[in-house]
Design a protein around this ligand. Structure first.
Ligand SMILES: Cc1ncc(COP(=O)(O)O)c(C=O)c1O
Length: 412
């Protein structure tokens, strides 16, 4: 006898980040500062306390209780929020495209909606091989097949691998849907350069000549680029897409406002023709109404205020986070190079990733590091180090500790 639908997946959810963080907390109670907590994906200060931007939360605390109690003004999000997201992300870079912003419960909600909108069950989505673990899980949950591409050829973006995946999919499907996560890629910290963006758009337009393309761009960490003036510059390249391409940007306030728990984000749709944007908008509005209904009203209002009335202060607070990440990454990456640890190319952002392409060695390293009180996250192709939650005092010396574990494992 069963009470659930036949197709339900009964494998218990194993979210490595949350489970590892819980284990690290227990270890810390016994072993104190020996324990390195490099698995948590939220920005923490050097005392290992989560950072909550003061200006955001002073305003949030002062908001009228009725604003917090209210439903949103619409299933697609509050108009002020939708406009604020477009202004914050697109700036004045996009001129030739129509766009629409649909509020979602976080970047996760935007991702789920994209996996549920552009493809039918059984069809294939193209994802980066080394990626945030949720992508494949989410595709699977939506009954999609996954085809992966290598994001890197040595230290650079690998358009050839993406082209290969696109070609394969175009032979069996009448739409190509692929995802890219840049800038500040999770888990590697890579950001596509201007030239790489140009190459990517050229590739997308060429492929679209024979098969329409949906390009999903996850920008969850884009505010944490080292050069704040360049954070939205990728949008300039979007202006070059052809009318056979649709762009879906996944936006989140989780990192932008240090508001992970508020569950607020957006799906930004862009295309040459208004009717293409409108069709997807209709689908997403129904998805919203029939799943989460509407997004946290106070979070939307707070974001709209923060990026207009409080813009300079918010940017200052974000820059404080960028400085922390830079200090930690400078230390860890230099020491990693000195002791010969191999990493994927890191430019900026919350995470960097040690390269272990052999899955069984990666699994053994992950376990051995935990046995040595170093808590990380295992991803396809490596081990992720969360610079965002790693205090400077623990960033120092960490590479050598990892190298010692690796040497021991290799010798065994
Ligand atoms: C790459 C990436 N995209 C999207 C998200 C979604 O974040 P949220 O649902 O908190 O907005 C995360 C969160 O960890 C992430 O790492």
């Amino acid at each position: 006898m069963r009470f659930h639908r036949k197709s339900a997946d009964l494998t218990p959810l194993a979210d490595i980040s949350f489970a590892t963080a819980a284990r690290a907390r227990q270890d810390r109670e016994v072993n104190g500062d020996l324990v390195v907590q490099a698995s948590i994906g939220t920005l923490c200060d050097d005392q290992q306390k989560i950072i909550a931007f003061p200006s955001v939360y002073e305003h949030f605390d002062a908001m009228d209780a009725r604003t917090k109690a209210s439903y949103a003004q619409s299933f697609t999000g509050n108009p002020a929020f939708r406009k604020a997201v477009a202004d914050w992300v697109l700036e004045d870079h996009v001129h030739s495209l129509h766009h629409s912003v649909i509020a979602t419960p976080g970047g996760t909600g935007a991702l789920w909606a994209s996996m549920n909108t552009f493809l039918d069950p059984g069809e294939t989505v193209i994802l980066p091989k080394t990626a945030w673990n949720s992508y494949t899980a989410m595709a699977d949950h939506n009954s999609l097949q996954v085809c992966t591409y290598d994001m890197f050829a040595e230290d650079h973006f690998n358009p050839a691998s993406l082209q290969q995946a696109m070609t394969a999919v175009s032979q069996v499907q009448d739409r190509i849907v692929f995802l890219i996560n840049t800038p500040c890629n999770n888990p590697t910290g890579y950001s596509l350069s201007d030239e790489e963006w140009e190459t990517l758009i050229g590739l997308v337009n060429r492929m679209a000549e024979t098969c329409p393309v949906v390009m999903i761009i996850d920008i969850a960490y884009f505010d944490y680029v080292n050069d704040p003036s360049a954070r939205s510059s990728f949008c300039r390249h979007l202006d070059e897409i052809s009318d056979r391409v649709m762009v879906n940007i996944l936006f989140s306030i989780s990192k932008t406002m240090t508001a992970y728990g508020m569950r607020c984000g957006a799906s930004i749709l862009l295309a040459k023709h208004q009717e293409d944007v409108r069709q997807i908008e209709i689908i997403l509005e129904k998805t919203a109404r029939l799943t989460w209904s509407n997004v946290n009203n106070a979070a939307m209002e707070c974001f709209a205020w923060a990026v207009s009335e409080n813009r300079d202060q918010l940017k200052k607070e974000i820059q404080g986070g960028v400085r922390l990440l830079k200090e930690r990454s400078d230390i860890f990456l230099k020491e990693a190079a000195d002791c010969g640890l191999e990493l994927y190319p890191y430019r900026e952002g919350f995470f960097c990733t040690l390269k272990y392409e052999d899955p069984s060695f990666a699994a053994a390293m992950f376990q051995a590091l935990m046995d040595h009180h170093i808590y990380t996250v295992k991803v396809t192709g490596g081990i992720r180090i969360a610079l965002c939650s790693l205090p400077v005092s623990q960033a120092r010396g960490l590479a050598a500790r990892i190298r010692a574990v690796q040497d021991q494992l290799t010798a065994d």
